[in-house]
Design a protein around this ligand. Structure first.
Ligand SMILES: [Zn+2]
Ligand SMILES: [Zn+2]
Length: 347
């Protein structure tokens, strides 16, 4: 057990939950008031930037795989290998507003950049708490890495997730779901989801005599009281509409549960450690994927678009192998450092 109090655990799996099967679906209770339930506020878009696309070691022209997500002024980072703060600086999205860092697992190419990044965030002026989210082992990994960054001007909160079943965490207005990966270490794939409420029905609002100045409160997913009657949002909103779903999976073999997990995602970012089919046995032994295996996952999951990432350092030109993946799933994109995309609600 690690002892010092420079961080606080705000959520972790319950003992009895850990024994449940891989297929069970649980919601973590988060004691932190700030991590409240998704409020389903009306929003327009999410910005995504693949900071790096390499696996194992950073190369002069390829940073290690990590993903930056911006939504309503809040930012999430997934994975933080050595040097991640450099492409993050290149985005000019700023460090101060990085609110959460998620980890897929604790191999060095996904975590070794954390201490430097935490110090840079402090230098950028952050004083409000930062949340770290990751599989079991997070507290120990954090404690070990921050021996060289012992003092930070903001608090750290840890949300520790199980690695043997699906979990959903509400983080501000973002729903973060996790699914076990099949790798040489236990770990998680993530789904970042923005829910979207139904259309506001003005006729129903008028029928309930709701003053127009309170319509916005209901649209933001909060209840109001009118003439001593409680009006809940579902009384004036139509059925929920399609939101935005972004999935990130590295490092892993393809699994059946992953197909369900990424179902109908707007964007699926997936590892493609090897492009050449002759590396198939290497992919199995080292618990990674071929491009074609990532493409098959994308196809089976019915996603809209798939970006490859986490290339082996020996894979100098990933584009040479992409056609094989496109034969399986046409909308396969060769992920590159600082590849960005904005996803908006459909209508
Ligand atoms: Zn890796
Ligand atoms: Zn790994």
């Amino acid at each position: 057990m690690v002892g010092t109090k420079k961080w606080v655990v705000v959520a972790m799996p319950h003992e009895e939950d850990i024994k449940k099967s891989h297929k069970a679906y649980n919601k973590l209770e988060i004691s932190d008031k700030e991590a409240h339930a998704c409020k389903r506020k009306e929003v327009a878009m999410i910005d995504i930037c693949l900071l790096g696309s390499g696996g194992v070691i950073p190369l002069p022209n390829r940073w290690l795989t990590s993903l930056l997500v911006k939504f309503k002024g809040k930012m999430l980072l997934i994975d933080c290998g050595e040097g991640t703060q450099i492409p993050l600086a290149m985005t000019k999205w700023g460090f101060k507003h990085l609110d959460a860092i998620l980890f897929t697992h604790y191999h060095a190419d996904h975590v070794a950049g954390l201490p430097g990044l935490l110090l840079t965030i402090g230098n950028a002026g952050r004083v409000v708490p930062l949340t770290l989210i990751g599989p079991v082992g997070l507290a120990e990994t954090f404690e070990g890495l921050t021996v060289i960054a012992p003092t930070l001007p903001y608090a750290i909160k840890l949300i520790i997730l199980p690695t043997n079943y699906f979990v959903e965490v509400a983080f501000n207005d973002i729903c973060i779901k996790s699914n076990p990966i099949d790798h040489t270490l236990p770990g998680l794939a993530y789904s970042i989801e923005i829910k979207r409420q139904g259309k506001f029905d003005a006729m129903r609002a008028k029928k309930h005599n709701i003053p127009v100045n309170l319509w916005g409160v209901l649209q933001n997913g909060e209840s109001i009281t009118v003439d001593d009657s409680v009006i809940t949002p579902d009384m004036v909103l139509g059925a929920p509409r399609k939101g935005i779903k972004l999935c990130y999976c590295t490092d892993s073999r393809p699994t059946d549960s992953m197909v369900d997990f990424i179902k109908d995602a707007d964007l699926f970012i997936c590892e493609g450690m090897y492009g050449d089919q002759t590396d198939a046995s290497k992919a199995v032994n080292k618990k990674h994927m071929l491009f074609t295996e990532a493409a098959q996952l994308a196809k089976d999951g019915g996603v809209k678009e798939m970006w490859l990432t986490h290339y082996s350092p020996s894979l100098k030109e990933p584009e040479l192998f992409v056609e094989g993946a496109r034969d399986v799933f046409a909308r396969t994109v060769v992920g590159t450092d600082l590849l960005c995309k904005r996803i908006c609600f459909e209508d």
